[in-house]
Design a protein around this ligand. Sequence first.
Ligand code: KIV
Ligand code: NA
Length: 265
Amino acid sequence: IKKITTHQLQEMKTRGEKISMLTAYDFSMAKLVDAAGVDVILVGDSASNVMAGHETTLPITLDQMIYHASSVVRAVQRALVVVDIPFGSYQGNSSEALRSSIRIMKESGGHAVKLEGGAEIKESIIRILSAGIPVMGHLGLTPQSIYKFGTYTVRAKEEAEAEKLISDAKVLEECGCFSIVLEKIPAKLAKRVAEEVSIPIIGIGAGPDVDGQVLVIHDLLGITTEFKPRFLRHYAKLDGIITDAIGKYVQDVKSTDFPNEEESY
Ligand code: KIV
Ligand code: NA
């Protein structure tokens, strides 16, 4: 199987082929996501919400991200594996940003890192890239800054924030980032960024006129059903399928239907 590289993602943008990206946090799910042909697997710090049940992405640690990422890497044959650098292990300190990135690459075997922010983290990005580690940017509704925003509503609706976002995207491109995620911003603004910047722009809640899309796998599969923003499409309703199957198992154990003779030694 031919592995996806950052260069191939750039070629996909050039020829107008949309890039598919999904999260995964564990071996079994990553195997399914990779086999289904997803181009980029993100070991997102959304693991903090989806895997650990935290309200925000802030509590997850670098060690925990490395555990999730190494599990995913062992399952993947084709996709490019990108790993989020968690809150508190890169902001405001470029040598710590580099150290965290090196730990991720060395200990998990991931192929690239992603961090949130624009011009403020320029120095960190340059330093990580100088070590030969590919970097994906993340702008718009950056969940590690949720307490600054105070709300999960759409970002960059006002002119000033939109201009700052465009200028940040250009900074990330100039630094040498291979791609940028744009989260929950107006579709028109995302389209403008994708046109004005030559690297692939991956959207989540950023409309159709970008170079690719990303979703959280548990949201797409309908496992997490309380979370239903406008940008999310449920491709399955696994919550019901899973609880029905488990309910049936409980019934069969209680009624002594399971295990039967053929299921016994
Ligand atoms: O952590 C995550 O899942 C993400 C995506 C939503 C882009 O950063
Ligand atoms: Na993230």
